[in-house]
Design a binder for this molecule. Structure first.
Ligand code: URA
Length: 434
């Protein structure tokens, strides 16, 4: 077999076989297929697309390019949740204890932020002492004992994906549904879950900006899941405006805790209930979605979810006192308010602009090497659909670096649109793909 022939075949729009896809991934990881050959093939895939079968073969080959974690030592059906990412997405911090408190095992491997805001691991590291590195045996023991553990993905998972993503990033081949679906699913499958719940974000702050693309991505990932015998559900949810009010690592930890105390923002509560209910269904903990919703609500009301959060934090070396005393979390030295320049209804809060503004304040990384300011970020005071009078506070900016304020402020102010006509609040869930 020759890589030249495989590139030519895809360039001429023919379907690749499993053997050809396996050959490409294996030889690329070994360095025998060069970056320029891989780039040519990725561009041919980008232009001519892959069908369902080719996408599944690609995912499987990428999954097998690194370690495949064995979670069989954990009792029960292990369900993993993945979000395609967005601004203010602190879902795992609240959802993992919620679902664990309802009796389903949560064995989650998370990543750091790729784009403008921090990822789940960055957020967890805002908790003093919290350790995201865990040996496999401790990880399995923790889930068996407490139903919950969240750790960082090891570098040896889906090795091909790391190489390919870096290449796609510089060759304009990122935004292809098959390549994105294979990239996300190979890591989920290698992480050892029996079932997968996908939160596919849609809108301004999401990878997928249109509803059609979001549904197509969800469908491609659900198809991969079924080809690989993993029950998979995709939920399409809003990311046109930031999720909840808080954007920034420490600020999002507080919002997640408040949600477990029963004081969460409406959109975030709906998201946690919806995803939580589906996770309970997938893990066979409940028999129906409605029963799942009930159980999630009860675990907040009874304080079980909050207790589970304390156990989770303590088990991973963190200070559980933060749950009751937020002053123990990193805190910015300065807070500035952003005021409405006119009266009217908020029709837009562009999630991406809010994310970039928070990043400028230090909440996210512009380059991989950037160090985060875990205390920095933005807390919205209003959401789309709210009425404001001129001079009302739209948002609070939390920061330490004065020199970044002006630039961040301009981006944040630009994120808002205020109109005269009444505007409906955004809906959160757009659909479910099974
Ligand atoms: N996230 C991933 O992990 N991979 C992609 O290709 C896009 C988003």
């Amino acid at each position: 077999m020759r890589i030249y022939d495989i590139i030519k075949k895809k360039r001429d729009n023919y379907e690749l076989s499993k053997a050809e896809i396996d050959f490409f991934i294996e030889k690329y990881c070994e360095g025998e297929v060069t970056d320029y050959q891989a780039s040519a093939l990725l561009m041919a895939i980008y232009l001519n697309k892959m069908n369902k079968q080719e996408t599944a073969y690609l995912t499987e080959a990428m999954m097998n390019s690194g370690d495949v974690i064995d979670l069989s030592g954990i009792k029960g059906v292990k369900v993993d949740k993945h979000s395609t990412g967005g601004v203010g997405d602190k879902t795992t911090i609240a959802l993992a204890p919620l679902v664990a408190a309802c009796g389903a095992p949560v064995a989650k491997m998370s990543g750091r932020g790729l784009g403008h805001t921090g990822g789940t691991l960055d957020k967890l590291e805002a908790i003093p002492g919290f350790c995201i590195e865990m040996q496999a045996d401790k990880f399995i023991e923790s889930v068996n004992k407490h139903n919950i553990a969240v750790c960082g993905q090891t570098a040896s998972i889906a090795v091909a994906d790391k190489k390919m993503y870096a290449l796609r990033d510089v060759t304009a081949t990122v935004d292809n549904i098959s390549l994105i679906a294979a990239s996300i699913m190979c890591k989920k499958l290698a992480s050892g879950a029996n079932a997968i719940l996908l939160d596919v974000k849609t809108g301004d702050g999401a990878f997928m900006k249109t509803l059609d693309d979001s549904f197509d991505l969800a469908k491609a990932m659900v198809d991969i899941g079924s080809e690989m015998n993993r029950e998979t559900i995709g939920i399409i949810t809003d990311m046109d405006e930031p999720l909840g009010f808080a954007v920034g690592n420490s600020l999002e930890i507080i919002e997640a805790i408040e949600t477990l105390k029963g004081n969460g923002p409406k959109d975030f509560v709906v998201l946690c209930e919806t995803l939580g209910a589906y996770m309970l269904v997938l893990s066979k903990t409940v028999n129906s979605f409605d029963e799942g919703i009930q159980r999630i609500r009860e675990s907040i009301k009874s304080g079980d979810a909050l207790d589970k959060l304390r156990v989770f934090i303590e088990n991973q070396g963190g200070d559980k006192k933060i749950v009751d005393d937020y002053s123990l979390l990193p805190k910015a030295s300065k807070i500035v308010e952003i005021k409405a320049s006119k009266s009217g209804f908020i029709s837009k809060i562009e999630a991406e602009e809010v994310g970039v503004s928070a990043m400028i304040l230090g909440a996210g990384r512009e380059t991989k090497e950037d160090e985060l300011d875990l205390s920095a970020g933005i807390v919205l005071n209003k959401k789309v659909g709210d009425y404001v009078e001129k001079g009302d506070t739209l948002a609070f900016m939390h920061f330490n670096k004065e020199e970044k304020l002006q630039q961040a402020k301009e981006r944040l102010v630009d994120a808002y649109e205020i109109v005269k006509e009444k505007v409906e609040p955004k809906r959160l869930v757009y659909g479910v793909v099974t």
